[in-house]
Write a protein that binds this ligand. Sequence first.
Ligand code: SF4
Ligand code: SF4
Length: 557
Amino acid sequence: MPKIILDGKEIEFKPGQTIIEAARDAGIDIPHFCWHPKLSVSGNCRMCLVEVEQMPKLVISCATLASEGMVVHTSSPKAVEARNAVMEFLLINHPLDCPICDEAGECKLQEYAYAHGRGESRFEEMKVRKEKRIQLGPYIKFDAERCILCSRCIRFTDEIAKSHQLTFIKRGDKVTITTFPGESFDNPYTLNTTDICPVGALTNQDFRFKARVWEMSKTNSICIGCARGCNIEIWVRNNQILRLTPRYNEDVNSYWMCDNGRLNTFKFVNSDSRIDGPFVRRNGLLEKVSWEEALSEASNKLKKYKGNEIAFIGSAYATNEDNFMFIKLAKLLDVKKVMFARHIKEGDQDDILIREDKTPNSLGAELIGLMPINENLLNELFEEISTGKIKVLYIIEDDIFGKYENLKELAKKLELIIVHATNKNITTEFADILFPASTYAEKHGTFVNFQGRVQRIRPAVATVELDRALDGMSMSRWDKFGTPFDRWMQGKKYDAKPSWKILTSISTKLGLKIKYEMAEDVFEDIANTIDEFKGLDYDLISNNGIKIKNKAYEYIK
Ligand code: SF4
Ligand code: SF4
């Protein structure tokens, strides 16, 4: 591979790479505002100026191709002086907003002002004033004074979202960004601009003024909004999720996520509709009981029925570990009907990220061994309930009564309905025994996305149980995952458990010899039993996931 000398160090580069790209691959960060690895080069901020030997002037490293033998200095007096001058110009009109700016703590301008700023201003005139609260689109507020005109948001909208909705207008120090007259900035991916805006000019209205970034913990996880399974970070303060942001994974979602996934897949975790502790129906009413009571009630009642009198409905929202344990219990009870429902929103799909399968794990559910419900299976189920052949329904983590409304009428024919749910829904209204399930943000586990990639979720929010036992994990293991659990000690915690754990307790009461302490133990069993998962473990899946199917999965509708 060809090489350049960067600050005295020889580094390799791929032909066609610019200096900034070669440096980045070698782990060296050249300061920049407008350059972004996934956007075209604009070269307007001048922050990445470097000195190249035998070139008469400084060059911008984002637009200068690396070439064999090139000698580059990023910290020579000339390069540093130029960078400091760029910072001085940028700060002339930038407002002193850091104490009230959402970006503070993760702002490139703040960071570079600290490293390259003069520390005082020589500018004695009035700063240019611009509008500070422009509603650019349904989810974004724009502060024109904070904008450093890097054009990242414009290029994102043109090149990634392809909606061409933003542009620069005016001249000189009056330049600002805007939408075309009468138009709103409202494509399905707008909030990615708040991530790539290097300053606090574009802010996510949903998160605005909720917390300073250093007050929150962040945990690597997976979005549950659709079968893409975008890699995300969950940001938590006082045991409450305040925002989700995309996490880079070139094979799944690159640097992006959709607005729907970002805004609508976490509020249920801290909502008042959570099921808090187990319930059993007594005299027609659901009564809160202890875990022991609910588990005994479930196991005592289940053993009174034959396998062909019971139907199990698993879930494409549940983890592989939950569904695997569900199948184990079904086998123990000799239940043959073990299925799950797909949630397809036809037409709601694009070539960027969004998938029409609105669940995170339908491929996983199928690989683990659940049958996807089709028309025949559904009619058969309805028929067998109405004729009294099926007397018991066991449903985990899906609002099946909400999806298949006929079940509401058929419910009176059933003698027992056991439900695991995170939040109240139509199905929970019909439950005789109701177990509170942990949400995806409160447990370890795995999903398989539509590409056949196994990916891990991790707890970002504590439940009563997690707080007590840290999910059975040693402190050093938690440290490894980087979750600052000490921050969890404040805030509301729900009395919920992962479905696989509830199912393990019931199975044990029914005589199954099983010893799962952590989700990882269940996964180990999956990897030993199911061909597609052979050879995998949690460490191997790690943060980027592992592809277990070579062909993208096509759903049979
Ligand atoms: S709003 Fe942000 S991303 Fe857009 S041009 Fe201004 S500084 Fe750059
Ligand atoms: S594309 Fe799907 S997985 Fe990605 S953020 Fe949107 S809803 Fe979530």
